[in-house]
Design a protein. Structure first.
Length: 132
């Protein structure tokens, strides 16, 4: 439920990721059923790999494969960003070296934003976690 809520928040409020985005598609990809959001952004498209849990070393291969697939189909027009609730610093460095953008949205930040938007139903999904 939290993963679906995280994705729902990003779809409903793309400014959480970056200003000026417009959703083009929301796809479920791969055997693990990960979501890939595609947004129209200034200068091209932004593909967002969503992960409602912290990104770890296990996820790096999947993310870099997605980047290779994107570059093969849309070279130069598409940026890839991982949006997650947390990221291991070593993994962040690997993604950076690969040219993959990242955006961490902590649960506390997400709840505060949703409360400010008056979206209590979505916010409540995340308040059951122990938020520091």
């Amino acid at each position: 439920a939290k993963r679906n809520g995280f994705i729902a928040a990003l779809v409903k409020y793309p400014q959480l990721i970056e200003n000026g985005l417009r959703l083009l598609s929301n796809e479920v990809v791969g055997r693990c059923g990960r979501n890939k959001l595609v947004f129209a952004a200034q200068g091209g498209e932004l593909v967002v790999a969503c992960q409602g849990v912290p990104v770890t070393e296990r996820d790096v291969e999947r993310i870099t494969t997605l980047k290779r697939d994107l570059l093969a189909s849309e070279p130069g027009k598409t940026r890839l960003m991982v949006v997650t609730t947390g990221i291991d610093p070593a993994v962040g460095q690997v993604l950076e070296r690969e040219g993959i953008l990242r955006r961490e949205i902590g649960l506390k930040e997400l709840c505060r934003f949703l409360d400010e938007q008056g979206d209590r139903n979505l916010s409540e999904l995340f308040k059951t976690e122990n938020i520091p």
